[in-house]
Write a protein that binds this ligand. Structure first.
Ligand code: RIB
Ligand code: CA
Length: 317
């Protein structure tokens, strides 16, 4: 039984790799992409979503533009160092010929979910602004959406945008607070797991034994990311943060999941955006999130590569 998903995204290099992985996975039916500001501006995010779908000959999948700003904070606009000026690294894709569909992503999410209650899973892999507004705008949304599988947060891990906070949550912590307390079934895939899934330059070289625009895109899109990693982490690699969320569908056995009461700091101080789990259950609150606290990272990277190789062989120049 294929899982029908909508990806809410701020493409973003690892976001783009997630689209490829979804399209290379028979267990998944990618219903739509909704875009949100995060790694790049909303205009670049929407353009990149359209361009990458065109690259993989999947322009039939709707793209709907969403929020250009977080609920309260001002945009961080820091993504270029990691994702490149375009948002998709050093890859150069032609201007998309397809256009986003009319209307706002928040309304699209509400409309789709209410039309088919308990059928559609949403995979937010950027700031949670669109999701939070859908929850607030339509009280029936939270009950109708099947689940959220979110890339975000740092539970025991340090942060990647502040010493404590992960980028997606930190970019819009108020949205995350609304989502975490919405009652929607949530699986959270935080940095604790995603930083164990490092695509290496050797992996990219292996993929590029296949002469394909897909293999070249993975190489070029990850180039900036790998330069950044080499400079700051001393390792030529690219953490597959967003793509790992999809493994919840087709390889759940590689994860270590625990149910916990999870919250996010919105107090406005130095730890704003920090996500934390009540491991000692001192708050005496019911668990609200299933958290991926660990993963067999290399097993995921191998799965990712196998599926990228299959996709690369299916699309030639
Ligand atoms: O912290 C990792 C997350 O921030 C990923 O979604 C990446 O695309 C960036 O948005
Ligand atoms: Ca992202």
């Amino acid at each position: 039984m294929t899982k029908r998903i909508i990806i809410d995204t701020d493409p973003g290099v690892d976001d783009a790799l997630t689209f490829l992985l979804a399209l290379a996975s028979p267990e998944i039916k990618l219903e739509a992409l909704t875009t949100v500001q995060g790694n790049v501006t909303i205009e670049k995010a929407t353009r990149n979503a359209l361009s990458v779908l065109e690259l993989v000959q999947a322009s039939q999948i709707p793209v709907v533009q969403g929020c250009s700003h977080p609920l309260l904070k001002t945009p961080h606009n820091s993504g270029e160092a990691v994702h490149g000026q375009s948002g998709i690294g050093k890859s150069v894709l032609p201007e998309p010929t397809s256009k986003p569909i009319e209307g706002h992503a928040v309304d699209y999410l509400i409309e789709r979910v209410l039309a088919e209650p308990d059928e559609l899973s949403i995979f937010p892999i950027g700031p949670l602004t669109n999701i939070a507004l859908a929850i607030r705008k339509e009280p029936r949304f939270a009950k109708a959406v099947k689940e959220l599988v979110i890339m975000g947060g740092a539970i025991r891990s340090g942060g990647n945008i502040t010493p404590l906070a992960e980028f997606n949550i930190n970019e819009d912590p108020h949205a995350a607070h609304i989502v975490f307390h919405s009652g929607i079934p949530i699986t959270l895939v935080p940095l604790d797991a995603t930083y164990k899934c490092l695509l290496t330059s050797d992996d990219v070289e292996r993929l590029n034994k296949i002469d394909s625009p897909i293999a070249r895109f993975v190489r070029d899109a990850t180039a900036t990311y790998m330069d950044f990693y080499l400079k700051y982490e001393g390792f030529k690699g690219c953490a597959l943060h967003d793509p790992l969320t999809l493994a919840v569908i087709f390889a759940s056995e590689i994860f270590t999941f625990e149910d916990h009461y999870v919250d996010v700091d919105i107090s406005g101080g130095i730890s704003t955006g920090k996500t934390f789990a009540d491991f000692m259950r001192v708050a005496k609150k019911p668990s609200n999130i299933k958290v991926a606290l660990d993963v067999r990272g290399r097993d995921f990277v191998e799965l990712f590569l196998e599926r990228m190789e299959t996709l690369s062989r299916s699309i030639s120049d």
